[in-house]
Write a protein that binds this ligand. Structure first.
Ligand code: FRU
Length: 536
């Protein structure tokens, strides 16, 4: 069913009934006269039957005649060809999305669920969208997985693989996927206006294609008004499942809680704590210390603050001060995959903040990153770098500069223009006499000041950002991921990771090397172009 939407039109409620039972409520900015784009309601689950659509409001009723059915969604020929569509960062085909949810690897597929408004450009109708990938690089959106009902809209959460079939639901050899999500009452839908916000479970016995909500939901009752965002993980040493939960803004301390479970259904609270600067979307997982056999636990919230600690006898004890996994302006509600095939830690965040004006979609997520934990003396530090799979996306390679003295007038990238590439560069700071170096990328400046030992980010309309960065063995290196709508900068092999959602005021696609001072030594430079991952 195709529905015409105009962002800014009056939001109205449509109720869909199947066999007399309300099956969907949609809050939509309907406009059959001047639609910006069309959205789509998948009706396949009611195939062969009749549905009734009831408009709760007069304006919506006026446009009911404009809705129409078709075998493929309206506008399909232009999907992923829109001018502002990021080329290799995941975006929804249609509508708003925010947090990545339910990230899990299973039966050869990466699953990415996400907070989706299938029916509009702004936040609303929270539903779990779903996309799958075989290589973590090319995603196929497979249709929404978990829909709102009378118990609430579907807020953020996680997914795991029931490896031991403790739920007893497994069909054949395909392991059951189990999702935990928040049923949010009073979040825009009339049918769940009076529902409490609780934690619930759904499962899939066909590797994510279809989902069934657990009949006895909730699995965790309401503890505080807006408690939310359950994240489950396996604890090998305790042979149990652990869940982290945000107790919500209504909780006086904005605290998080941990729960344990043996059977994936009964969850017992084991601890409460706060992390300075944190709220929403906790993630809690074991991580190996590089080059050792030691395992620590990393706790983080939506605001990318993390602490490292020990998790012993069902108690998490932080041993580091809060630090940041990302230092940019637009990285939020990140989550790690459960069950990665290489047992490494891979995280994706919502690059919150950049709207895509006039597009049928809105918001984007980061490129997948691998988090590694390093120990130096008694200090533990997490470093993030884009996953190595990115190399598979490189189409053509430009420049191979090696050991070059540059001064203010030099611009080795002068002949390059592009909006979707990976730029790698290494500078030798010990050998340099200049003030600093960096790049101006379509109006977005990434600069390293040698004198101040600071990494600086600057662009029109953005507050200048300065981050301490000491050269690593005399060198400063960059890996910069550029795409339509974003820059993700990784300096000194992940010592600094910084995501910025960014659309230039005037698009030039220019890549300019900035050299300030009489001599700056560039060890090497390369730019690898990336084409659209949506061209099939
Ligand atoms: C974080 C968040 C979550 C919530 C979701 C709703 O961005 O506010 O706490 O579950 O978004 O979309």
């Amino acid at each position: 069913m195709n529905l015409p939407v105009r962002t800014g039109a009056k939001g109205e409620h449509l109720d869909i009934y199947y066999k007399g039972k309300k099956v969907r409520e949609i809050l939509i900015e309907l406009d059959g006269e001047k639609p910006d784009f069309w959205v789509n309601l998948d009706m396949s689950e009611w195939k062969g039957g009749n549905i009734d659509i009831k408009a709760e409001d007069a304006t919506a009723a006026k446009y009911l005649g404009d809705l129409y059915q078709s075998k493929s969604p309206a506008g399909k020929e232009t999907f992923y060809k829109e001018p502002l569509r990021p080329k290799y960062h995941f975006t929804a085909t249609r509508g708003w999305f925010n947090d990545p949810n339910g990230m899990v690897y299973s039966e050869g597929k990466w699953h990415l669920f996400f907070q989706h408004n299938p029916y509009g450009w702004n936040w609303n109708n929270m539903t779990w969208g779903h996309a799958v990938s075989s290589d973590l690089m090319h995603w196929t959106e497979t249709g929404d997985a978990i829909h709102p009902d009378e118990k609430g809209t579907i807020f953020s959460g996680s997914a795991i693989v029931d490896r031991e079939n403790v739920l007893g639901l497994q069909k054949g050899n395909i392991k059951t996927l189990v999702a935990y999500f928040t049923y949010a009452g009073n979040s825009g839908h009339n049918w769940s206006k009076d529902a409490k916000t609780v934690q619930a479970m759904a499962y899939s016995t066909d590797n994510g294609k279809t989902w069934v909500k657990y009949a006895k939901n909730p699995v965790i009752p309401n503890l505080y008004g807006d408690n939310r965002d359950p994240k489950a993980v396996w604890d090998e040493s305790g042979k149990q499942w652990i869940m982290a939960l945000y107790l919500g803004d209504a909780n006086p301390e904005h605290a998080f809680a941990l729960f344990s479970s043996k059977n994936l259904i009964d969850w017992k609270e084991i601890q409460r704590f706060t992390v300075e600067g944190e709220r929403e979307c906790p993630d809690f997982f074991p991580i190996k210390v590089e080059g050792t056999n030691e395992t620590k636990w990393l706790f983080t919230g939506a605001n990318k603050v993390y602490v490292i600690g020990d998790f012993v006898n069902n108690k998490f004890t932080p041993i580091t001060k809060p630090k940041h996994l990302d230092r940019g302006n637009n990285y939020y509600a990140a989550q790690t995959f459960f069950n990665t095939p290489e047992k490494n830690v891979i995280q994706i965040g919502w690059m919150a903040g950049c709207n895509f004006p006039k597009m049928p979609f809105n918001q984007q997520i980061s490129f997948p990153r691998e988090i590694k934990l390093f120990k130096d003396g008694d200090n533990y530090t997490a470093k993030c770098m884009p996953v190595k799979e990115i190399a598979a996306l490189f189409s053509s390679s430009h420049f191979s500069v090696s050991k070059k003295n540059l001064s203010t007038d030099d611009n080795p990238t002068t002949n390059y223009t592009g909006d979707s590439y990976v730029l790698d560069a290494v500078f030798d700071v010990n050998d340099s006499k200049g003030d600093g170096f960096g790049f101006l990328l379509d109006g977005f400046e990434v600069y390293y000041s040698i004198k101040n030992k600071k990494l600086i980010f600057n662009a029109t309309g953005m507050d200048k950002k300065e981050i301490d960065l000491t050269p690593d063995n005399g060198k400063v290196s960059f890996r910069i991921l550029a795409d339509i709508g974003s820059f993700e900068v990784f300096a000194n092999n992940g010592e600094v990771a910084a995501a910025f959602a960014y659309l230039p005021v005037i698009k030039t696609n220019k890549v300019t090397t900035i050299i300030r001072g009489e001599r700056v030594v560039m060890d090497n430079l390369s730019i690898n172009e990336i084409g659209s991952t949506w061209n099939k």
